[in-house]
Design a protein around this ligand. Structure first.
Ligand code: OXD
Length: 309
């Protein structure tokens, strides 16, 4: 079985972890051109953000295993054979998401950036710090946020959620759906976007949605940048429509140096680090899926092409 492995920086590490496993022949690729050249020989692709067009000549693929949560880039590639099953790593990130969001919530409530600035200036100025207790956390995207819901609940937050269809979710006090978006947004202190990028979610959050929120509310985006209309976000933050934003994902990554988001004092920019793909975890997932594929069983994290995630 020939496995094409592609990661812009970590191909060598993946190759070492895969060596000797299941009799695989590894086709390591470091560049877009190498992926395109080796794709025709590959039975399986194991990759991170596969360059558009690079799998156009792959004709023997049994499946593609992505090292990340999102499949939007690959599904949007018109040269990629739509019959090839795609699996993503969406099940691996719950604990990471919980840690990242809690860190950011506490940073905001305690104003940790101010504490750091004060210490840097040897300046003693006690101020009243906030608390998460009693605050309302809204989760848009409930697939990978259960650990977060549990942890936030344990710290005394009220956790509510929004998704396409109604139903109960463990740790979430109330799940809003469909046309209830304004009601969902209006009650929140923090809105966490953990949504995939699909035709339905692209540009879904803009000025109209911000205007439903409280002026004291914060947005935290850990899903995909293009779910939010970035220009509307900048306007909303400047005009005080919402209080602030913590952004780990952007319409364009790396965030361009000229983006106003870099320098706004009510914005925290992090470089897509909320939920990292650790090579060991990704290899475990990949080998599990390879065994499933060989045994004719359904893949874990199989992407539903109709839904786009
Ligand atoms: C991604 C990820 O798919 O961070 O971008 O997992």
């Amino acid at each position: 079985m020939r496995v094409l492995v592609y990661h812009p920086h970590l191909t060598a590490e993946y190759e070492v972890l895969l060596r000797g496993q299941l009799d695989l022949t590894i086709l390591p690729c470091l560049t877009e051109d190498e992926v395109a050249a080796r794709a025709p020989a590959a039975d399986v692709v194991f990759g991170w953000r596969l360059p558009p067009g690079s799998l156009a000549a792959a004709r023997r693929l049994r499946f593609v295993q992505l090292m990340g949560a999102g499949a939007d880039d690959l599904l949007a590639d018109p040269t990629f054979d739509p019959r090839v099953p795609v699996a993503c790593a969406r099940g691996s990130f719950g604990p990471w998401i919980a840690e990242y969001v809690l860190a950011m919530l506490l940073m905001v409530e305690k104003d940790i950036r101010r504490l750091v600035r004060q210490q840097e200036a040897s300046y003693w100025d006690p101020y009243r710090v906030g608390t998460l207790r009693g605050k309302v956390l809204g989760l848009a995207g409930l697939g990978s946020t259960r650990d977060l819901a549990r942890a936030a609940g344990a710290l005394g937050m009220t956790v509510v959620g929004y998704r396409r269809t109604a139903g109960r979710v463990e740790g979430v006090r109330q799940v809003w759906c469909g046309s209830q978006l304004p009601a969902f947004l209006s009650g929140l202190d923090y809105l966490v976007l953990a949504l995939p990028l699909t035709l339905q979610t692209q540009g879904r959050v803009g000025m109209t949605e911000f205007s439903y929120m409280k002026p004291s509310a914060w947005l935290i985006n850990i899903g995909r940048g293009r779910v939010v209309r970035e220009q509307d976000l900048v306007k909303a933050l400047r005009a005080g429509v919402i209080r602030g934003a913590v952004l780990d994902v952007f319409a364009e990554e790396p965030l361009p140096p000229e983006s106003p988001l870099w320098t706004m004092d009510n914005v925290v920019v992090t470089p897509h680090v909320a939920a990292p793909s650790l090579p060991q975890e990704m290899v475990r997932l990949f080998l599990g899926n390879l065994r499933r594929q060989l045994a004719g069983q359904p893949l874990e994290g199989l992407v539903d092409r109709e839904r786009g995630y």
